[in-house]
Design a protein around this ligand. Sequence first.
Ligand SMILES: NC(=O)c1ccc[n+]([C@@H]2O[C@H](COP(=O)([O-])OP(=O)(O)OC[C@H]3O[C@@H](n4cnc5c(N)ncnc54)[C@H](OP(=O)(O)O)[C@@H]3O)[C@@H](O)[C@H]2O)c1
Length: 215
Amino acid sequence: MPLPLVLLHNVSPVLTKRILNAMSKKTIIITGANTGIGFEAARILCRSGDKYEVILACRSEEKAQAAVKAIKEESPNADIMFMKLDLASLDSVRQFVDNFLATGKKLHVLCNNAGMATNFSDNVRHLTKDGFEMTMGTNHFGHFLLTNLLLDKLKSTAASDGEARIVVTSSGMHDINGQQNRRGGPWTLDFLFCLRNYVFQFNGEEQKKFLTYMC
Ligand SMILES: NC(=O)c1ccc[n+]([C@@H]2O[C@H](COP(=O)([O-])OP(=O)(O)OC[C@H]3O[C@@H](n4cnc5c(N)ncnc54)[C@H](OP(=O)(O)O)[C@@H]3O)[C@@H](O)[C@H]2O)c1
């Protein structure tokens, strides 16, 4: 501990703990971070290599390693790693969580970002490994299981470090009545659920503490 903090610790251990927590590295998991919004989020976070450890949770190792390489070229001190996660397989979600928990890392932010839109063009009903419709299985069920399996870790991190969050990238299409001037169009509610408009089983207080939606 730096000397000024040792001195401060004698006066206010609580304040010292807060300062130390603010200074400590935050671990962030981003699903689907090899491209798009997830990649950009990882890229920006990695500019502060000493503040954040970013885990790219992706289904394709090849694409994820290319993303790691691109980010390291821009930010050589980036603390970034790939961990395999296929949200269209509940076994893969469980394996990812086992692998992550085995590292013993804390978890400050879980960013549920990966997703896909239903492909209407081929008129084929695609299924996940568990037999769910692909969009629903990937966007909703995969993330739902992932979040629930990581919830204890998020809670224990929040208890020790003061805060942990789940960030969800969703879609403006949730606004079916156009109340935010972004009309969702003629989509049914079933379809909107496929777009991962989560209804997690949180009570109001937990939602305030843990959930951030980005629409
Ligand atoms: N961009 C928009 O205008 C917009 C609008 C509304 C909602 N959103 C939502 O915002 C999120 C990010 O959007 P984006 O535009 O950045 O999407 P994107 O560029 O299409 O990237 C989607 C990411 O999700 C990953 N992914 C897809 N299926 C997966 C699976 N089974 N397991 C693990 N990863 C999987 C993709 O991996 P691969 O590269 O391997 O396919 C990719 O990394 C998505 O959830 C999307 O639905 C975006």
